[in-house]
Design a protein around this ligand. Structure first.
Ligand code: PMP
Length: 437
C-alpha cells in the first residue's frame, strides 16, 4: 500500500492559511487525498510521500510536452534572465501573435490574456460589442471558465436533458456558485449539444437578441464527445446567416488535437476561438483569435482588453517554445500522441471486457474519457450522466495505488513524451485497479 500521509498532513497545514486548502476548488476532490507534488519529469510526477506516478492529469491539460521538457525549460529560462515582464511592449508578443495567425486557420489577429476564463470573457465581450446584441447560447455539459456571466451549475439540468430535444424554449439556468451576481446568467440560453434542429429553432426564435453561440468543438468537459457529422458545420452556417458570432472554446482542444486546434482539424472557420492550457505548456497564457473585423474593436477602443501581465515575456516565450516543439518534423508529434492514446484506449477496452466490467472510452486523439456505464454508447449529455462516477473515483484511487495519476472525473490527457514504457505500466495498473474494484 502506498502512503499518502505527507499529502494528508500538508493539506491539513494548508487549511490554516490557504482558503479551501487547495488553490483551485476542483483539486480537493481527489481521493484518497489531494496529492502534493514535489517534481515532475517527462511523463512522470512525484508526490510528497515519495510516490511516482505516470501522469495523465497533466495539470488538467496544459503539459502537452510533459514535465520539465528540456527545450521548453531552457527557452523560458532564457526569457527570464532578460526580465519576466515589462508592462511595455516587446517583440515576443508580436512574434507569438504572428505565429498564432499562421497556425490557427481562423485567426486574422489575436489578443493575449492569462487564462481560459479571461479569454472567454473577452470573446463574449467582443461578440456583444460586434453584434450590439446581448444573449449567448451555450450548451449542457460544456465548461467555459468560472466568470459570472457564463458559469452555470455544472453538470447542469442534467436529467432534464433528453439529448433529442428540438424545443427552443430556454430552460431555467442554475448559477455555478454561491456569490454569483443574481442577474449574471439572464442572457444565457442553455441548449442540448449535438442537436442541430434544437439549435436552429432557438437561433431563429431569438435571432435578433443573440450575440454569440459558444461551444467546445469536442465536448471534452463531459465525456469527450465528438460532434455529430455536420453539426458544427450547421452551427457555422446558421450563425453566419443570422449574424451571430460563432465562438469555439478551444481551451482544451487548442494545440491538443492539432496545432490548428479542433477547428483546424475539422476544417471549420469559426468567427472566434479561445485557446489556453496547452498553448503555454504549463505557463499561464491564453488567447482569443479570429476575424479581423471583430478583433479590431479592441484597436478602435470599443472593447477594453486589460490585464497587467498580458503578453508577459515568460508567457510568450513559453507559448513560442511550445509551438516550436509541436511543429517539429511537420507535426509528427500529433501522430505519435494519438498512437499512444490509441494503444491505451484499446488496452483499457480489452481489460474492461476481461474483467466483465461495463464501460466506455470516448476518444478524441490524445485526450479521452473513461467511464463505467451500462450504456452502449455515450453520445449525449443525458447518457453521459448515467455513468457511475463514484465507481470511477474509486478506480482513480486504485490507479494511484498502482502508480498512475488520473483525474477523478475520467478525462485523460496523453503528452508528447508518453512512450511504450508508460503504456505498458499504465495497462498493468488498469488491470490491477479493475481487479481490485
Ligand atoms: N474553457 C474550457 C473548454 C475549459 O476546459 C476551461 C478549463 N478547464 C476553461 C475554459 C477555463 O480555463 P482556465 O481554467 O484556464 O480559466
Amino acid at each position: 500500500m502506498k502512503s499518502f500521509e505527507t499529502s494528508r498532513q500538508l493539506l491539513a497545514d494548508a487549511k490554516a492559511y490557504l482558503a479551501g486548502g487547495v488553490a483551485s476548488s476542483l483539486r480537493s476532490a481527489m481521493k484518497p487525498a489531494p496529492l502534493y507534488a514535489v517534481s515532475g519529469a517527462g511523463p512522470r510526477i512525484h508526490d510528497a510521500d515519495g510516490n511516482e506516478y505516470v501522469d495523465y492529469l497533466l495539470a488538467y491539460g496544459p503539459l502537452i510536452l510533459g514535465h520539465a521538457h528540456p527545450g521548453f525549460t531552457e527557452h523560458v529560462h532564457q526569457a527570464m534572465t532578460r526580465g519576466v515582464t515589462f508592462g511595455l511592449q516587446h517583440e515576443g508578443e508580436i512574434e507569438l501573435a504572428r505565429r498564432l495567425t499562421e497556425v490557427l486557420p481562423c485567426a486574422d489577429k489575436v489578443a493575449l490574456s492569462g487564462s481560459g476564463t479571461e479569454a472567454v470573457m473577452l470573446a463574449l465581450r467582443l461578440a456583444r460589442a460586434y453584434t450590439g446584441r446581448k444573449k449567448v447560447v451555450r450548451f449542457h455539459g460544456h465548461y467555459h471558465g468560472w466568470s459570472d456571466s457564463i458559469f452555470t451549475s455544472f453538470p447542469s439540468s442534467d436529467m432534464r436533458q433528453t439529448g433529442a430535444s428540438s424545443s427552443s424554449q430556454p430552460e431555467q439556468i442554475l448559477p455555478g456558485t454561491g456569490g454569483q451576481s443574481p442577474n449574471a446568467l439572464e442572457d444565457i440560453i442553455l441548449l442540448p449539444w449535438n442537436d442541430p434542429e434544437g439549435l436552429e429553432a432557438a437561433l431563429r426564435e431569438h435571432q435578433d437578441e443573440i450575440a454569440a453561440v459558444i461551444s467546445e468543438p469536442v465536448m471534452c468537459n463531459s465525456g469527450c464527445m465528438l460532434p455529430k457529422p455536420g453539426y458544427l458545420e450547421r452551427m457555422s452556417e446558421l450563425t453566419e446567416e443570422l449574424g451571430i458570432v460563432m465562438i469555439l472554446d478551444e481551451v482544451i482542444t487548442g494545440f491538443r488535437l492539432s496545432l490548428g486546434g479542433a477547428h483546424g482539424k475539422f476544417g471549420l472557420k469559426p468567427d472566434l476561438v479561445t485557446i489556453g492550457k496547452a498553448l503555454g505548456g504549463g505557463i499561464a497564457i491564453s488567447a482569443v483569435a479570429g476575424r479581423r473585423e471583430i478583433l479590431n474593436l479592441i484597436e478602435e477602443g470599443t472593447v477594453s482588453h486589460l490585464g497587467t501581465l498580458n503578453g508577459n515575456g515568460v508567457a510568450t516565450s513559453a507559448a513560442l517554445a511550445t509551438i516550436d516543439e509541436l511543429s517539429k518534423d511537420g507535426g509528427a508529434v500529433y501522430t505519435r500522441m494519438e498512437q499512444t492514446a490509441n494503444e491505451i484506449v484499446e488496452g483499457i477496452r480489452a481489460l474492461l471486457a476481461k474483467h466483465g466490467i461495463p464501460g466506455i472510452v470516448n476518444q478524441a486523439g490524445p485526450v479521452f474519457h473513461m467511464m463505467f456505464t451500462n450504456e452502449k454508447k455515450v453520445e449525449d449529455f443525458a447518457s453521459f450522466n448515467k455513468r457511475d462516477s463514484a465507481k470511477y473515483s474509486e478506480f482513480a484511487g486504485k490507479m494511484l495505488e498502482a502508480g498512475v495519476l488520473v483525474r477523478s472525473n475520467g478525462l485523460w490527457y496523453v503528452s508528447a513524451v508518453h512512450g511504450k514504457q508508460e503504456v505498458s505500466d499504465t495497462l498493468a495498473a488498469v488491470d490491477k485497479a479493475l481487479a481490485a474494484l
